[in-house]
Design a binder for this molecule. Structure first.
Ligand code: UT7
Length: 342
């Protein structure tokens, strides 16, 4: 189907609206693998339970001295190389993460130093697993409004640093890694054609890390209470995730004037294969059009869609002219969706 122009194009500065394209992608995952079999030696679980309930077979674990910004920088340099953009030509770096190197300064500043992107402004995006697509939306707004030309968006996580390794409900789910994209205006129709971001702060208590912030600093008295780790009510998050990702997908499809049949590849948040199957079923998009790599990496939060996008790009799974739908969901609650004409 030929896409119909949107009836409500977004307002802009009055200058010509600029199409924003992803001109390079990159990713990095640590070498160390933690398999389901390994986890059976740590908590009361089984390969069968993890595989059937989540689809995850193994995940990557960063080295003790390997930081979120180390992984982010490697992914960023890969993306810049593919885009043929020099670090000094980047004018904005956005790092989406729930596991920053430090509470401040921003992890993006550490990345700036490591990749020598000396002309960039740097900030972190805190939108949990949805952060990478929040970053794409922010980048798009900055480029469209002519304030910045070249934006590096990174999703990076060292979730194993906030995992409670005694809690079988959560420790089997998460992994580490980073993915990145370089965005610019490149002329022509190809690029981001529809985006949506949303949040629902009524559900801050179903996926969160209670300790380590200003509300509950870690002290000598609470240090053994696992407060600086992920706390999740899995079943409730599951329900909210399916509904939010289906609605977010429908919204960007409608805004783009496309139907589910037009989408060549869906890159969803990589949390649980059953969630992806439920979304495929409700959107009536065959499962084989979904890019899935959670079996290899588990849930890497803000990095998940960024890594999957790079893999889909580099493997030729997405091709020039394809409509690609990305859709994510995370703590907050937060969700986001983007359609790109690749
Ligand atoms: O990235 C942000 C978004 N996050 C998500 O989208 C995650 C959403 N939630 C989920 O993916 C799923 O809810 C989980 C994979 C976390 C859990 O699956 P579930 O089918 O909802 O299982 P459950 O939490 O209802 O637990 C079922 C049973 C419980 O035992 P009882 O109470 O029925 O006896 C759990 O104690 O499974 C037990 N269980 C386990 N058993 C073996 C929980 N974790 C494990 C485990 N191994 N690792």
């Amino acid at each position: 189907m030929k896409r119909q122009p949107r009836s409500n194009p977004r307002p802009h500065s009055g200058k010509t609206r600029r199409t924003v394209s992803i001109i390079g992608t990159g990713s990095y995952v640590p070498e160390k693998r933690l398999t389901n079999a390994d986890l059976t030696k740590m908590v009361d679980t089984s390969d069968e339970w993890i595989t059937v309930r989540t689809g995850i077979k193994e995940r990557r674990v960063a080295a003790k001295d390997e930081t979120t910004s180390d992984m982010a920088s490697k992914a960023a340099l890969n993306a810049l190389e593919q885009a043929k953009v020099k670090p000094e030509d980047v004018d904005l770096i956005l790092v989406a993460t729930a596991t920053p190197d430090m509470l401040f300064p921003a992890t993006a500043c550490f990345v700036q130093k490591k990749i020598a992107a000396k002309n960039a402004a740097c900030l972190d995006v805190s939108a949990a697993c949805a952060g990478f697509l929040f970053g794409i939306e922010i980048a798009q707004q900055f480029i469209t409004s002519h304030t910045h030309d070249t934006v590096l968006v990174i999703g990076a996580e060292k979730l194993t640093s906030i995992t409670n390794w005694t809690d079988r409900n959560t420790c089997v789910l998460f992994g580490d890694g980073a993915g990145a994209a370089v965005l610019q205006h490149r002329g022509g129709a190809h690029g981001v054609i529809s985006t949506h971001i949303g949040s629902d702060g009524r559900f801050t208590d179903i996926l969160f890390m209670p300790g380590g912030g200003s509300r509950c600093p870690i002290t000598r008295d609470n240090v053994d209470m696992n407060l600086a780790t992920i706390h999740m009510t899995g079943k409730e998050v599951y329900k909210q995730a399916v509904t939010a990702m289906v609605n977010a997908s429908r919204k960007v499809l409608a805004d783009a004037g496309l139907t589910a049949d037009d989408i060549a590849c869906v890159i969803p948040h990589q949390a649980n294969l059953r969630i992806i199957e439920a979304i495929a079923d409700r959107l009536k998009i065959p499962l084989d059009r979904f890019y899935v790599n959670l079996d290899k990496y588990g849930n890497t939060s803000a990095a998940a869609v960024a890594i999957a996008l790079d893999e889909a790009n580099c493997s030729g799974r997405i091709k020039h002219g394809d409509y690609v739908l990305m859709v994510v969901f995370g703590g907050g609650l937060t969700w986001a969706s983007t359609i790109i004409e690749w």
